[in-house]
Write a protein that binds this ligand. Sequence first.
Ligand code: CA2
Length: 149
Amino acid sequence: MHNILVLNGPNLNMLGTRQPEVYGSTTLKMVEDLCISHGQSLGQTVTHFQSNHEGALIDAIHAARGTQDGIVLNAGAYTHTSVALMDAIASAEVPLVEVHLSNIHAREPFRHKSYIAAVALGQICGFGAQSYVMALDALAAHLAEKGAG
Ligand code: CA2
């Protein structure tokens, strides 16, 4: 059994209420429920946290050190700006998969840069809520490989 933290950043609490053409009609609650049920099928205990505040996200990453086996992070717009989040991830030493609902590389140039990517196992973007499912699969494979080694 692995403990996985699904962490969502600013404005993602608005999912499903506005801009469905960009982010779809799935609500954050639906994403959380999907992660919990898919996690169960992989033997993962999924905990979810969302904040609109950079410091609260950093605190959650710090708290994950030694308590969580992996993190799925959608840092929202902080992805493109936050050296502080990048440093927190590097210091926590918890394997992390970066996710996005939209394909950030097909959008405005300012969304192409991710500070998270440099400290993540990998990045999954463009598949809506399925991006989170793929990230849980990726963490399961990574943790199984690590455990086997
Ligand atoms: O595609 C993603 O998952 C993003 O992380 C979403 C962020 C955006 O700044 C990133 O570039 C890509 C924005 C989240 C805002 O979500 C909303 C959802 C519905 C209504 C308003 C905002």
